[in-house]
Structures are given as C-alpha cells and as structure tokens.
Design a protein around this ligand. Structure first.
Ligand code: ADP
Length: 267
C-alpha cells in the first residue's frame, strides 16, 4: 500500500488552520460536547477570531442541536463543502447535517467513519481559521485514530480532557492520557465538569460526587498534566445546550460562567 493521496490535500487545507484542539473524554455524558460548544462560542466572542467546530462523533453527533443549527444542511461549492455558520466567525461541520435521520450513522462501520473524517478534513472549505475545535466520541475509537492519523503531518495543537469528579470517569481519563501519549498528541489539560452545585434558591454549594472532591486535580498532578479548573453543575448550562444557545453569552454573572471563562483562559 502506497502513501494515502489524501494526506497532501489535508495538509493543504490544514495549513490555513492555526490551532487544532481535540476535546476528549473517557466516558459519555460528562459534558464533553457542551464544553466543545462553549469553548468555541467563547473563542468566537472576539470578532477577529475565526473558529470552526468539527464534530467527529459520527454515531452521536450533538453539534447541530447544541449550536442551534438542527435541520440545516451542508452546501457544496466548487471549493468544497461549506460549514454551517452560527455567526460570521463560527462555523460548524457535523455528520448530523448530512443525514436525513440522525440515527442512521449508528450502524456505520470503522472504514465508513474513517472515510467521512477524511472527507471532513480534506473537503471542508473552512477558509482561514484561528481555531478548529474537534468534538470526538467518548473513549478512544476508530474516529480518534483516524483524526490523529490524518492530522499527524499538519500537527495537533493539543487535547483537552473532560471528566466528572467520579472515580469511574477519572479512571477512563487516565486511558485517554495514555492514548495521547502513545500517539504523540500534546495534552493541554484536564477540566473537571459537574464539580458541585450551587442552589439557585439559597446559594449554598452542594458537592454531588461527594467522596471525590479534588479527585481530578489530584489525578492531573499524579499524571503530570495541567489541571485547567472545575465547572459546577448549573441547570442553565443544560438548558442553553438544549436550546442551542450560548450559556456564556446569556448568564454572564453566574459562578459557572466565571469557572468556564477561567478554564478557557488557560487554553
Ligand atoms: P458528552 O459530550 O460528554 O456526552 P454532553 O456535553 O452531551 O456530554 O452533556 C451531557 C448532559 O449534561 C447534557 O444534557 C448537558 O446539557 C449537561 N451538562 C453538561 N455540563 C453541565 C453542567 N456543568 N451543568 C449542568 N448540565 C451540564
């Protein structure tokens, strides 16, 4: 088998992308896609910064809904596939835009997923981007290997790992860390999500995953990776996700907003 003829084409596209950030989690449901969305929204608050979200969670794409673009479709031009835009400087590409029925991709095998990721990297006309934020499926799967393989030459800036404070989730993040180390992806750091809950009524903080307060910070120290911070549970984060709007744009005076921005500042 000779070299993959797509690689030079991917390198050419990616030459216009300054930073490529992968968002990873060991488990599903820890807030990885929510974090991806909010990171991209936050970066795009500066009008001069061009941001793209690439959703390679092929069997469970959540980006169309989380960015308020459900029902949109991708258009093709002579320069490639056009992303769907949230605003002038925030574009999104997801397999969710290509399927009549969002459940269709669930049955795709590895090679088909690999093919679509290759096409996303080769054929999407992002134009010049400052940041490409990549939402990945939970765990480490075909999709991660494909992305890493295709981006090897053009380079990945780094990975952000999202976890909850629960030991079950932390354990799986350790696997993500060893994956990154094995395939040579730099680790930007770990974010602890759903770390506590501030009651909107009485403003008292409750720790939800009680025995493991500080677990993510300790795990990061043990594994010698940066700890980026803790984001509390806030029902408004979930609500904004469901409505496809930016939590960070709306609830600017909440503790969760501050926590999110502190984390994002470190990226
Ligand atoms: P993953 O991508 O890891 O599977 P999601 O980002 O889809 O997880 O998040 C799972 C659910 O938790 C979603 O309904 C989301 O709105 C909600 N969620 C994520 N982070 C928070 C948070 N800090 N506070 C409240 N709800 C959250």
């Amino acid at each position: 088998k000779g070299p993959d003829p797509s690689i030079p084409l991917i390198n050419e596209r990616m030459a216009d992308v300054k930073h490529k950030i992968l968002v990873l989690s060991g488990k599903g449901g820890v807030g990885k896609s929510t974090f991806t969305t909010n990171l991209a929204f936050a970066l795009s608050f500066d009008d001069s910064v061009q941001v793209g979200i690439m959703d390679i969670d092929i069997t469970g794409p959540s980006m169309p809904k989380m960015t308020g673009l459900e029902g949109e479709t991708i258009h093709q031009s002579n320069t490639g596939w056009s992303p769907v835009y949230v605003s002038d400087n925030l574009g999104v590409m997801s397999v969710g835009f290509m399927l009549q029925n969002a459940d269709d991709a669930v049955i795709w095998r590895g090679p088909k997923k690999n093919g679509i990721i290759k096409q996303f990297l080769k054929d999407v006309d992002w134009g010049a981007l400052d940041y490409l934020v990549v939402d990945t499926p939970p765990g480490t799967s075909d999709e991660h290997l494909s992305a890493v393989q295709y981006l090897k030459e053009s380079g990945i800036t780094g990975a952000v790992l999202v976890t909850t404070p629960q030991e079950m989730s932390l354990q799986d993040v350790r696997k993500e860390i060893s994956f990154c180390r094995k395939v040579g992806v730099p680790i930007i750091g770990v974010v602890e999500n759903m770390a506590g809950f501030v009651c909107p009524g009485c403003h008292k903080e409750s720790v939800i995953f009680a025995p493991n307060t500080g677990g993510a910070r300790k795990m990061a120290e043990d594994m010698k990776i940066p700890f980026l911070g803790s984001i509390p549970l806030d029902p408004r984060i979930g609500k904004s996700c469901d409505l496809g709007e930016s939590f960070l744009d709306i609830y600017t005076d909440s503790p969760a907003h501050k926590a999110y921005m502190d984390v994002i500042d470190k990226i």
